[in-house]
Design a binder for this molecule. Structure first.
Ligand code: FA5
Length: 373
């Protein structure tokens, strides 16, 4: 056994100093001293076959060999560590003064920015932003707004209906068909149902209609204002609209109020703004510097009718005094309270602020929009 132990030590003396790195040294340590597979353990397993006196001598020798190997390993480990530190400064230096890599800066989409601006403008006159469902029941989108099932006025909203089992025969308002909200007016009765008066809300959300052209997209945004209080008149509505137009478009912009018919307001209006694409003329002139479709060439402009407005005016949205039947749907007594409401397209106001000729450009995934408005 003595000879076996000496051979083991000789091998270790030969191999350990030659280890090229820490990983190789770890493998050698396992080979020599590993508890289960190591060569020293294998030799010492033979101790059981010796007499007591021989076992004592061999055991002591075994310990001495083990200590010698451990020293060899420690010395080699120290040597490798010293070598590593010596080259560290050269191999892994970092220039702390070098300029960093600049990441491209993201930006908020113009539609999202317009939403924040609109909310802030109304906040200044006490309208609180509220949120109502963008997928809602037929009841809130139409019926509660004085448009019973089958009423032809519903056709104007070109609604997407959702394939969904109708409400389980519970309360009337939970029943009916499910729609992708075609307007934010579904928030009117929902807001009234909160039971808190007076109301000054601005509900901004996504709407969906089966429409697409230069001024319509299947998904767009509206902002819906609703004020319910005592002694509210059309003058307050007109003042609120004027305030918004001045704050968003500037003092100089012209708007007009047109009589209209909505089932949920009486009287009702539509609000138009002088078109920013053609400068309110209805025709494109080569000198006008609005944002145009890439297809429009200045030489043809003189004779071209403005495709965005066709008349010099573009409709921004509807408005009116809340119909008494709608107040009743919301649990409000129309003899004691009155209200006004308006619902405008976010994309439309954005288009008319910056002279964007085609609404579809906003949703074409062109990253240049993120730097434009
Ligand atoms: C309505 O949706 C009414 N709920 C507005 C209202 C609210 C009236 C409160 C009275 C009281 P209208 O269908 O006209 O009305 O749409 C309002 C505005 O939404 C339009 O003038 C336009 O600016 C925008 N809009 C409508 N459809 C689209 C569309 N497909 N794409 C982009 N904008 C649209």
């Amino acid at each position: 056994m003595r000879e076996q132990l000496d051979q083991l030590l000789r091998d270790a003396r030969e191999k350990i100093p030659m280890a090229p790195d820490m990983a190789a040294l770890d493998v050698l340590e396992l080979e020599c001293l590993g508890r289960k597979q190591g060569t020293l353990t294998a030799v010492l397993r033979g101790l059981g076959a010796l007499s007591e006196a021989e076992r004592k001598v061999a055991g002591q020798h075994g310990n001495a060999v083990k200590q010698d190997i451990e020293q060899l390993l420690a010395a080699k480990r120290a040597e490798l560590t010293r070598a590593r530190i010596a080259t560290l400064a050269q191999d892994e230096w970092v220039d702390m003064t070098a300029p960093g890599t600049t990441l491209p800066r993201g930006a908020v989409h113009p539609v999202s920015r317009a939403i924040s601006e609109i909310a802030a403008i109304f906040e200044r006159i006490g309208f609180i932003r509220s949120r109502h469902p963008e997928v809602d029941s037929d009841y809130y989108a139409f019926e509660a707004l004085n448009m019973p099932v089958g009423h032809p006025a519903r056709d104007e909203w070109e609604t997407f209906f959702v394939a969904h089992a109708t409400g389980g025969g519970g309360k009337k308002k939970e029943g009916g068909r499910i729609v992708l909200t075609p307007h934010t007016s579904n928030g009117q009765v929902r807001e009234m149902e909160k039971g808190l008066l007076p109301i000054r809300m601005v509900n901004i959300g996504k709407c969906y209609r089966r429409q697409i052209d230069a001024t319509h997209t299947p998904m767009f945004h509206q902002f819906e204002g609703l004020l319910v209080d005592q002694d509210v008149s059309v003058t307050h509505l007109k003042g609120t609209i004027d305030y918004f137009v001045r704050a968003y478009f500037g003092e100089e912009r012209r708007t007009r109020l047109r009589p209209y018919h909505f089932r949920f307001t009486e009287p009702s209006f539509e609000i138009d703004i002088s078109c920013a694409v053609c400068g309110g003329t209805g025709f494109l002139s080569s000198s006008f510097r609005g944002v145009r479709n890439e297809g429009s060439r200045p030489s043809q402009d003189q004779a071209t009718k403005c495709k965005t407005c066709k008349s010099g005016w573009l409709e921004l949205g509807g408005a009116g005094m809340v119909h008494p039947n709608v107040l009743v749907s919301g649990g409000i007594d129309p003899k004691r309270h009155r209200g006004f409401a308006f619902g405008w397209g976010v994309e439309r106001v954005l288009m008319m602020k910056y002279g964007i000729s085609d609404i579809r450009l906003l949703y074409g995934n062109d990253v240049r929009w993120l730097r434009a408005c």
